[in-house]
Ligand binder design. Structure first.
Ligand SMILES: [Mg+2]
Ligand SMILES: [Zn+2]
Length: 211
């Protein structure tokens, strides 16, 4: 049993803006907003949302994704934070309802490729970009592609204390299950509304780990 691990959301938490949303906004043709809206009100789950939205991107290719990723930036305080906790021997995991293909490319761009990533999986199979959900968990209240509450409960077996850092809807199911929760944006509003204990933050420089 280890003492502590830190889990963090990716899109909008480590990246400055939501990468998947921006990608779809830039390249999808057709009514992707309707799909996004159906997801926001709970008519469809994030698996269907992702799958359907990516179908609306014509000529989806590795080149297109790489080109797009070069335009994305991460929180400029993240690398220092990550290096500091790693130096202290604290385990760190990215837990994302986005797609590993995007996440790994962004991390590589910043020389952060050794970070553990738990997320949905995307890969090119000939001309087709296939998205699969190896961390799906049907019992989750979010019914997300990657269920963060399930990931956290699995890690409970290995760690005494778990810190979670997030910003949005995909973090709702895990919010009341972390020992310490850092929240911003929509997740912050959600915590206030639901009376969930949290610490608000703006970027990773605000997150102080005493270990
Ligand atoms: Mg997010
Ligand atoms: Zn969940």
């Amino acid at each position: 049993m280890k003492q502590l691990c830190i889990l963090s959301d990716f899109d909008g938490t480590i990246t400055q803006k939501d990468g998947i949303y921006s990608f779809i906004e830039a390249y999808a043709k057709g009514d992707w907003q309707k799909i996004e809206q159906d997801w926001a009100v709970g008519k469809i789950d994030s698996k269907e949302c992702l799958t359907e939205e990516f179908k609306l991107v014509p000529k989806l290719s590795e080149e297109l994704i790489s080109y797009f990723i070069d335009t994305l930036e991460i929180d400029e305080t993240f690398a220092d934070f990550y290096n500091e906790i790693t130096a202290k021997g604290i385990d760190f995991y990215i837990v994302s309802d986005g797609i590993d293909y995007f996440i790994k490319r962004i991390l590589k761009k910043y020389n952060l490729n050794d970070i553990n990533v738990i997320s949905n999986h995307g890969e090119f199979r000939r001309e087709f970009f296939e998205i699969t959900f190896p961390n799906d968990y049907p019992e989750c209240i979010n019914n997300a592609g990657t269920c963060k509450c399930k990931v956290l409960s699995d890690l409970r077996k290995d760690y005494e204390k778990i810190i979670y850092i997030g910003d949005g809807v995909s973090d709702y199911c895990v919010a009341d299950k972390a020992d310490i929760l850092y929240a911003k944006k929509r997740l912050l509003n959600y915590c206030v509304e639901k009376g969930i204990k949290h610490i608000s933050y703006n970027d990773f420089s605000n997150i102080k780990i005493n270990f």
